[in-house]
Design a protein around this ligand. Structure first.
Ligand code: PLP
Length: 386
C-alpha cells in the first residue's frame, strides 16, 4: 500500500489551529467548497437546474458511497437527512414484540438509541445496554459482552463501528455472524468511522448502515447516506415521496399516480432528496476519500500519533490497545495528577481542538494534521502531567 502524504493543502485550516476534532465535525475540503459555491450560483438562473439534475446528483452520491463501503449495488443507498431518520426508518420496518430485546452499547450516540427506546416501550420489549465492564482490556471485554448479550430473543442489534466517545472498535463481522445465527437485524451507525476506517458491507452484511456526512465524510450537515440490505427490499418508508415512484423522471406524467415504489432503497430517500446545494459538496468530498482510501487514512493517523502515544503512556496516560480502537479516533485517559480544568484552558490557549469526555481526551486526527499539530498537543499533555 502506497502511504498517503499529508493533505493539509486540500483544506483551508489556519496554521495556528490544531484541529484534532473531526469526530465533532470534518472541515470542508477546498474542492467541496468550490462545488458548493458553484451549486449555489446555479440557482441564480433556475433554468440551469434542469430536471435530470434531480436524479443525476443523487445517482452519483449513491455510487460513490456504495464504492466507499464495498458495495456494487448503489441502488441500496438512500439519501436521508440524519441518523435518527435512518433509525426511524429501520424501526418502522423491523418487527419487535413483547419479550424480545434490542441490543445497544453503553453511552451510545442518542441518534441510534431513541428510536429503539420508543419501539421497545410500545412493544413491551427490552433495550439491552451493554457496558465495557472493565478498565483493563476494555475493548476485548466489551466485544465479548456484546456477543454474549445477543440471544434468541434479540430482534435488533443497533451499534456503532467505533464508539463516539473514545473510539472503541466493535468487531462487526463477528456481531453480524451472531445476528444471523439468532435471526436478529444489524443496524450500524458508522458516522464515526466510514470515511476514515475501511468498511465492507459484503463481510459485515448489515441490514442498515448509516453514515452522517458532516464528520469523516468531510461533507455537509443535514445529509446522511444509508445502505439498506435485502431485508428492507419491500419495506415502507417514513414519507410517501413522489420521486421514489416508477416514471418519476418523466415530469409530464407525475399525476399518473403510481403506488409501487422504485426498486431498492430509493423509497427511503427523504423528501426533496435532490438537494442541489448539498449533494455536489458531498460528492466532491467522497471522491477525495475514494482517492485517499480509508486504509491509507488509518495508516496515516497511526503513523502520525505512534510516538506521541508511546511517550504519553510512559507519563501515566492510557490509551486502548490498537486492535480495539480506531487510529482516527481514540480516548487518552489522564493520570490522576492532571488537573482537567487547567488542561482544558491550556488546550484552548494553544488552539488545540479536541473534546474532553469525562476523564478522557478524545483525539480525532485526520489527513490534514501534521507533526506541528501533534507537537503542540504533546507539549500541552506533557506539561499537564508534570
Ligand atoms: C455516532 C454518531 N452518530 C450520529 C451522529 C449525528 O446524528 P444525527 O444525524 O441524528 O444528528 C453523531 C454526532 O455526533 C455521532 O457521533
Amino acid at each position: 500500500m502506497r502511504p498517503l502524504e499529508n493533505q493539509r493543502d486540500a483544506f483551508q485550516l489556519r496554521r495556528e489551529d490544531h484541529y484534532l476534532n473531526c469526530a465533532y465535525m470534518g472541515p470542508l475540503p477546498r474542492v467541496a467548497e468550490e462545488a458548493g459555491i458553484e451549486a449555489i450560483r446555479k440557482k441564480r438562473i433556475p433554468t440551469r437546474i434542469v430536471p435530470p439534475d434531480s436524479f443525476w446528483n443523487t445517482d452519483r452520491l449513491r455510487a460513490l458511497f456504495a464504492r466507499l463501503v464495498g458495495s456494487d449495488e448503489p441502488g441500496r443507498v438512500a439519501i436521508q437527512p440524519g441518523v435518527s431518520y435512518a433509525v426511524a426508518t429501520a424501526a418502522k420496518n423491523l418487527p419487535v414484540s413483547a419479550g424480545q430485546n434490542v441490543v445497544i452499547t453503553h453511552e451510545q450516540f442518542p441518534g441510534n438509541v431513541y428510536g429503539w427506546r420508543r419501539l421497545c416501550g410500545e412493544a413491551g420489549a427490552e433495550v439491552r445496554t451493554v457496558d465495557a465492564g472493565a478498565s483493563e482490556h476494555r475493548g476485548a471485554i466489551w466485544n465479548e459482552r456484546l456477543l454474549e448479550a445477543i440471544d434468541k430473543d434479540t430482534a435488533v442489534v443497533a451499534v456503532p463501528n467505533v464508539h463516539w466517545t473514545d473510539g472503541t472498535w466493535f468487531d462487526l463481522e463477528a456481531i453480524g455472524t451472531r445476528c444471523r445465527d439468532v435471526g436478529a437485524a444489524l443496524v450500524v451507525d458508522a458516522t464515526q468511522s466510514v470515511g476514515a476506517l475501511p468498511f465492507d458491507v459484503e463481510r459485515v452484511r448489515p441490514d442498515v448502515l448509516v453514515c452522517a456526512a458532516y464528520k469523516w465524510l468531510l461533507g455537509p450537515y443535514s445529509l446522511c447516506l444509508t445502505y439498506f440490505g435485502p431485508r428492507f427490499d419491500d419495506g415502507v418508508p417514513l414519507e410517501e415521496t413522489w420521486i421514489a415512484r416508477e416514471d418519476s423522471r418523466d415530469f409530464q406524467r407525475l399525476v399518473d399516480y403510481r403506488d409501487e415504489y422504485l426498486e431498492g432503497a430509493v423509497r427511503y430517500d427523504v423528501a426533496e432528496r435532490s438537494n442541489f446545494f448539498l449533494a455536489p459538496i458531498a460528492a466532491a468530498s467522497l471522491e477525495l476519500l475514494l482517492e485517499w482510501r480509508p486504509e491509507r487514512i488509518q495508516a496515516y493517523c497511526a503513523e502520525l500519533t505512534r510516538e506521541l502515544l508511546a511517550e504519553l503512556r510512559g507519563l501515566g496516560y492510557s490509551v486502548e490497545e490498537e486492535a480495539y480502537r480506531g487510529n482516527h479516533l481514540f480516548g487518552v485517559r489522564m493520570p490522576p495528577s492532571v488537573d482537567l480544568d487547567a488542561l482544558k484552558a491550556e488546550l484552548g490557549r494553544r488552539n488545540v481542538s479536541a473534546s474532553l469526555r469525562g476523564t478522557a481526551l478524545r483525539l480525532a486526527p485526520n489527513v490534514y494534521n501534521d507533526e506541528v499539530d501533534i507537537g503542540v498537543l504533546r507539549d500541552v499533555l506533557v506539561g499537564a502531567a508534570s
